[in-house]
Design a protein around this ligand. Sequence first.
Ligand SMILES: NC(=O)C1=CN([C@@H]2O[C@H](COP(=O)(O)OP(=O)(O)OC[C@H]3O[C@@H](n4cnc5c(N)ncnc54)[C@H](OP(=O)(O)O)[C@@H]3O)[C@@H](O)[C@H]2O)[C@H](O)CC1
Ligand SMILES: [K+]
Length: 414
Amino acid sequence: RRSPHRSLPSSSYSSSSSSSSSLASLPAYAMASASFRSQSKSSLAASSANDPSVLGALVPPVLPERDDTRIAMDVGYLNARDAAALDAELMSSPGFSLEQLMELAGLAVAEAVYDVVVVDDDGGDDDGVCGNRKKKRALLVCGPGNNGGDGLVAARHLCHFGIDATVVYPVRSSKAHFVNLVRQCEDLGIPILDRVPGTTNTNTTTTAIEADEGGDDDEDDDNEEDDDSHYDVIVDAVFGFSFRPGSEPREPFASAISGMMDMRRRLDGSTILVSVDVPSGWDVDGDDGKTMTTTAANLVPDVLVSLTAPKPFVKSFRGRHFIGGRFLPPALAEKYGIRTMEVKMDRGDDSHRETLDPGVDSDDWAAQYQEYLDENVVQAGIDADIKDEEVDDWTVQYAKYCEERESEFFGTNR
Ligand SMILES: NC(=O)C1=CN([C@@H]2O[C@H](COP(=O)(O)OP(=O)(O)OC[C@H]3O[C@@H](n4cnc5c(N)ncnc54)[C@H](OP(=O)(O)O)[C@@H]3O)[C@@H](O)[C@H]2O)[C@H](O)CC1
Ligand SMILES: [K+]
């Protein structure tokens, strides 16, 4: 059996990507905790979304159950000013072009998305089709800057991974690279919408190009998508590290952000929200979760893909965390206080791919548990019909651990 979490080429890596994929193959006695993990996210999302007291209010986020903050502590943080400076340095001394960096960033995002919506769901398959043989659907909501560009690149890669991608791009950049990125998506048949399906248009949706040409383009204004369309994943690529938190996001981006939240609510929390680099509208440098804008107060992603290094707000993020974009030469990493993570190359069945795995962290219970499973359970061929009497001490310990976590979790969030 191929290890599912190693099935992707990865320019991103996750501190515990192995743990959740492994839960799909857990024996029956461990499934209760596995389903707790998958159900609690949707029940939380639904409860926060249905509670009018938190809607639109300036409140700290309701936190999903995973906590991958360790990875950030290991890597170090990059504040907004340093992130911009580092970007500029990458494009000067080591001579990267923006296109190169964006391609790597977008690829990392696509890989993380694939990991969470296909690989984690029933083991996945290389054509983007999961166990139920239905194509997964992704909605990528792209903003006006490079964060939006990462989203456009990710859409293209996801399409090649076999995922049905749709882009929302309310204001199209007139810069040549962005025009090309849009064209590349269109050539693959990826729909480019001007607003999140199911939302009304609160602005003129005039694109930067149209503004230059002094006209409007009717084609951009017709959201053909059915309002009830189901998306397995929403990718939030509206704002990244250059968002200025002093003021609320302007339209049409405020509507794009609330549109993503509305869609999640409509879909009853069954959609996974993945934020690119920064959850849009959060204060990049705010580390207590309380300084985000009102618009974004309830935009709480399940998954974050930090690019180059986590930003300070990650200290208040609770969810699955990937770090993508491996382009830092050691001197620059040192200058900005970033410790690039040690990774080991996986050349198993996927030898044609560039797959990175963070390896096992001795302090990480999930990694240890995964290692245990790999060595003792999966290889021994123990499956779901294991008898109760065969349960060893470790399973009891694990169940106890899960119970403790569950009561801790619901105790603070219910
Ligand atoms: N090295 C890397 O890690 C790389 C990261 N990349 C990605 O790039 C973004 C940063 O991109 P940048 O273009 O600098 O900025 P953003 O995409 O975050 O957003 C800029 C746009 O946002 C507008 N803005 C800012 N504040 C507001 C607001 N309150 N309301 C509305 N709009 C706002 C801003 O418009 P202005 O007119 O106000 O200037 C910009 O249009 C990073 O996070 C990564 O995702 C690169 O892809 C590659 C390398
Ligand atoms: K974002």
